[in-house]
Ligand binder design. Structure first.
Ligand SMILES: *[C@@H]1O[C@H](CO)[C@@H](O)[C@H](O)[C@H]1NC(C)=O
Ligand SMILES: *[C@@H]1O[C@H](CO)[C@@H](O)[C@H](O)[C@H]1NC(C)=O
Length: 430
C-alpha cells in the first residue's frame, strides 16, 4: 500500500516537471558539470570550409563583400553557385581520433560541433557520404569530454523559411516541417549534452516553438538530466534573459562578476569562426591574449569556448600546471585587481590569483587582499612552485615574487608570465 502511494507521487512529480513557459524553463538548475568544466571547444565546419575565404558567412556575404566577389570572379566560372561547393566538402583529412586527442590535450572539457549553420547545410550522415558523427564517437570513446551540437534555427535562403518570413511569421511551415523535427532528430540520435542554439533573431520564440522544445528537452529527451542550453531562442527579450547559460553577444566578456552563468563564445582567429585560407598571423590571438581572456572569463563566473591547434596545445600546457585555479573554481569576492592585470578565482580555503603581468621589481601589491590577510593566517604559493614571502604594509599586501631576470618578449607574449609560476595561490595555513 505504501509503495503504491509513493509511486503515484513520483509519477505526479514527474508529470509537472517543466512547462513551456520561460518562468518554468528558467527554474531548472544548471547541471553542475557545465559550471565545473570552464573550457569548451567550438567547431565551425561546413561547406564554407571549401572556399575558406572571409568567414562562415561566405554565402550571405557574397552578396556585397568585395573580397568574396573578387575571389569568385577570379577563380570560378560565371553562374557558379554556393551549392556547387558541397561536392568538394569531402572531408578527406577528417581524422576524428586526432581531433579528439587534441581537444583532450588542450584541457577543454567539452566540444560543440556545428550540426547546421545559417546556410542550412546539415552535417547529417543520412544525407552525405561521410559521417560526421564519427566525431561524437571519437570524442566519447577516447576522452572524457562532453559532446554538444550547435544548431542554427534560421536558414538564409530556405524557401520555406522565406515564405514564413514574408507572412511576418504568421505561418510556421518551416518550423513544423523542418526545424522542430530536425531538432528532435539530432537530440535523439546524437544525445548532445549541449544544445547551442543560434540564428534566432528574426522571429519570436513562439514561432520557433522554443519553449515547447526546451520543455521536451528537459522533461523527456534522452539527455534531460545532463543537457545544457544557451539563450538564443527568439528575437527580442530572450537572449541574455532566458534559457540556460547566457551568451548575450559573440565574444561577450563583461569584466565584472555576473549573477547568471554565462559563456564567452570567442574565436582564436579574431575575424572568423570558420577556417580562412587568407588568415594572417596577426589575426590569430597569441597565447597571452587567450589566457587573459580565460582569466577574465572564469573569474567573472563565465565559461570560455575557443578553437585552433597550436594555441590549444599551449593552453593545455598552461592548464596542466595551473588548471587547479580554473576547473571547478568559483568566482572570488573580487575579480579584477591591480587595474586589470590580476583576476581571482576561489575554492574553499583557497584564493587563486591569475597574475597576467609580472610585478615591477618582483613586488606584487594589492589592497584587495588586505581583508583576507587581516582576518586569516594566509600562506602564499606559486602554483607548481615554492612558497612566497608576504607581508601587510599600510593596508596593502606585498608579495615577493622569485627573481625573474630573463624576460622573453615576443609578439605580446611575455615569456615568464605564462610559464610554470604564473598563478599565485593563497591558502589558509593549516
Ligand atoms: C578592470 O578594472 C579597471 C579599474 O576599475 C578598469 O579600468 C578595467 O577596464 C577593468 N578591466 C576589464 C577588462 O574590465
Ligand atoms: C599609506 O597609504 C596612504 C593612502 O593610500 C598614503 O597616502 C600614504 O602615503 C601611505 N603611507 C606610506 C608610508 O606608504
Amino acid at each position: 500500500m505504501k509503495k503504491t502511494i509513493l509511486l503515484s507521487i513520483l509519477v505526479a512529480v514527474n508529470a509537472v516537471a517543466y512547462e513551456p513557459t520561460w518562468e518554468s524553463i528558467d527554474s531548472r538548475p544548471l547541471p553542475s558539470w557545465y559550471d565545473e568544466a570552464k573550457i569548451g571547444i567550438f567547431l565551425h565546419w561546413g561547406v564554407y570550409s571549401v572556399p575558406s575565404i572571409a568567414s562562415e558567412w561566405f554565402w550571405k556575404q557574397w552578396e556585397n563583400n568585395p573580397i568574396i566577389i573578387d575571389f569568385m570572379n577570379k577563380n570560378y566560372p560565371p553562374g557558379f553557385t554556393y551549392q556547387e561547393f558541397a561536392k568538394d566538402f569531402t572531408a578527406e583529412f577528417f581524422d576524428p581520433y586526432d581531433w579528439a586527442n587534441l581537444f583532450q590535450l588542450s584541457g577543454a572539457k567539452y566540444v560543440v560541433l556545428t550540426s547546421k549553420h545559417h546556410e542550412g547545410y546539415t552535417l547529417w550522415p543520412s544525407k552525405h557520404s561521410f559521417s560526421w558523427n564519427a566525431q561524437d564517437v571519437a570524442v566519447r570513446e577516447t576522452t572524457d569530454l562532453r559532446f554538444g551540437l550547435y544548431h542554427s534555427l534560421y536558414e538564409w535562403y530556405n524557401p520555406l523559411y522565406l515564405a514564413d518570413q514574408a507572412s511576418n511569421f504568421k505561418t510556421d511551415v518551416f518550423v513544423q516541417n523542418k526545424v522542430y523535427p530536425e531538432l528532435l532528430d539530432i537530440v535523439n540520435t546524437y544525445k548532445p549534452e549541449i544544445v547551442w542554439s543560434d540564428g534566432e533573431w528574426e522571429a519570436p520564440d513562439t514561432y520557433w516553438k522554443s519553449k515547447e522544445f526546451l520543455a521536451w528537452l528537459y522533461n523527456e529527451s534522452p539527455v534531460k538530466d545532463t543537457v545544457v542550453t544557451n539563450d538564443r531562442w527568439g528575437c527580442g527579450a530572450v537572449i541574455c534573459q532566458h534559457g540556460g547559460f547566457y551568451t548575450c553577444v559573440d565574444r561577450y566578456n563583461p569584466g565584472v562578476l555576473q549573477e547568471h552563468k554565462w559563456e564567452n563564445a570567442m574565436t582564436i582567429d579574431k575575424h572568423s569562426w570558420g577556417y580562412r585560407r587568407n588568415t594572417l598571423l596577426r589575426d590569430i590571438l597569441s597565447i597571452y591574449e587567450l589566457l587573459v581572456t580565460l582569466a577574465q572569463t572564469v573569474s567573472c563566473g563565465g565559461t570560455i569556448i575557443p578553437i585552433f591547434r597550436e594555441r590549444l596545445l599551449q593552453m593545455g600546457e598552461w592548464l596542466s600546471i595551473n588548471g587547479e585555479a580554473i576547473y571547478s573554481s568559483q568566482p572570488w569576492i573580487y575579480q579584477n585587481d591591480t587595474i586589470g592585470n590580476t583576476w581571482y578565482t576561489a575554492k574553499p580555503n583557497t584564493v587563486y590569483a591569475l597574475v597576467l603581468e609580472w610585478p615591477a621589481n618582483n613586488v606584487y601589491r594589492s589592497e584587495k587582499l588586505f581583508d583576507l590577510f587581516q582576518t586569516q593566517d594566509v600562506a602564499v604559493y606559486l602554483l607548481g612552485n615554492e612558497q612566497l614571502q608576504a607581508s601587510v604594509k599600510n593596508a596593502t599586501v606585498e608579495i615577493i615574487f622569485p627573481d625573474k631576470a630573463t624576460v622573453i618578449t615576443l609578439d605580446n607574449f611575455v615569456g615568464y608570465t605564462f610559464q610554470r609560476d604564473i598563478n599565485v595561490l593563497f591558502s589558509e595555513k593549516g
